[in-house]
Design a protein around this ligand. Structure first.
Ligand code: NAD
Length: 263
């Protein structure tokens, strides 16, 4: 169990990819703090994982500085340390560029980008102090997306936020490298969670996704969790500042667009 006794905080862990990461980390022997804004689901998830190993739930809206401070304090209170942070919490707001409102723009940037900054900085401060005292450096994993790279016309703030997460990952990595702390990101393609649930009832949407996914299937959250486990572990000891894409071949595919028929 490679994450044995490591203490990990995972944001947005009540369901989806965050929950899959929490489960994998517990299975790998880590003590896991699941945090979310969905307290009912978060508590239930932590209780379920407690049957497999050690896990607690702490409420944290990642965009709220005081919530983040409380998350750090509660983790140190429960487990006395923080070795790993997974900045996973994320939301979407669909809308075309000419229509999307500033409220939606702010809402998405606040959770996806500012939240990763707030949690990342707070945990990094603890890690730097720990290293100065002779402790082992930790690792931070940010959740990006293939949308950080390409532009989808109806995913304006989301794409911008994930582009920012990639840049945040690089800046954090070079800032924290002198302390031995590694920071990497994961860029999933289409993964079957609530964020993608609408495609279940919409064959056209499902076809659109599959038509640009060379592996011909939607990914499973566990396929993202295994990357998080690798990046958080000492096996990845010389990797920092990278985004690892898990997208069934979507990014390497050269896109096509519909061409209108000539009269
Ligand atoms: P999800 O909607 O299933 O889960 C997101 C979780 O984040 C929920 O539990 C939600 O309550 C929580 N959350 C929302 N706002 C929060 C806040 N302010 N503070 C703390 N928690 C908050 O989504 P998912 O598909 O599991 O996505 C997880 C991450 O993976 C996100 O960052 C998302 O952008 C990224 N991602 C997902 C996909 C995909 O296809 N599912 C693809 C690429 C990237």
């Amino acid at each position: 169990m490679s994450l044995n006794n490591k203490v990990a905080i995972i944001t947005g862990a009540a369901r989806g990819i965050g929950y899959a990461i929490a489960r994998r980390f517990v299975e790998d022997g880590a003590k896991v703090v699941l945090s979310d804004v969905d307290d009912e689901r978060g508590e239930a998830a932590a209780e379920e994982l407690n049957g497999l190993g050690e896990a607690i739930y702490v409420h944290c809206d990642v965009g709220e500085r005081l919530d983040v401070r409380n998350l750090i304090a509660a983790t140190l209170d429960a487990y006395g340390d923080i070795d790993i942070l997974v900045n996973n919490a994320g939301i979407v707001a669909a809308g075309d560029f000419l229509e999307i409102g500033v409220k939606d723009f702010d809402r998405v940037l606040r959770v996806n980008l500012k939240g990763s900054f707030l949690c990342g900085q707070a945990v990094a401060k603890h890690m730097v102090e720990k290293v100065a005292g002779g402790g082992a450096p930790g690792a931070i994993v940010n959740m990006s997306s293939v949308n950080a790279v390409f532009g989808l016309p109806n995913q304006v703030p989301y794409s911008v936020s994930k582009g920012g997460v990639n840049q945040l990952t690089k800046v954090m990595a070079v800032s924290l490298a002198p302390h031995g702390i590694r920071v990497n990101a994961i860029g999933p393609g289409s993964i079957m969670t609530d964020m993608l649930a609408s495609v279940n009832d919409d064959p056209a949407a499902r076809n659109r996704i599959l038509s640009r996914t060379p592996m011909g299937r939607i990914g499973d959250p566990r396929e993202i969790a295994s990357i998080a486990a690798f990046l958080a572990d000492d096996d990845a000891s010389y990797i920092t500042g990278q985004t690892v894409y898990a997208d069934g071949g979507r990014l390497p595919l050269n896109y096509t667009v519909d061409v209108p028929e000539e009269d």
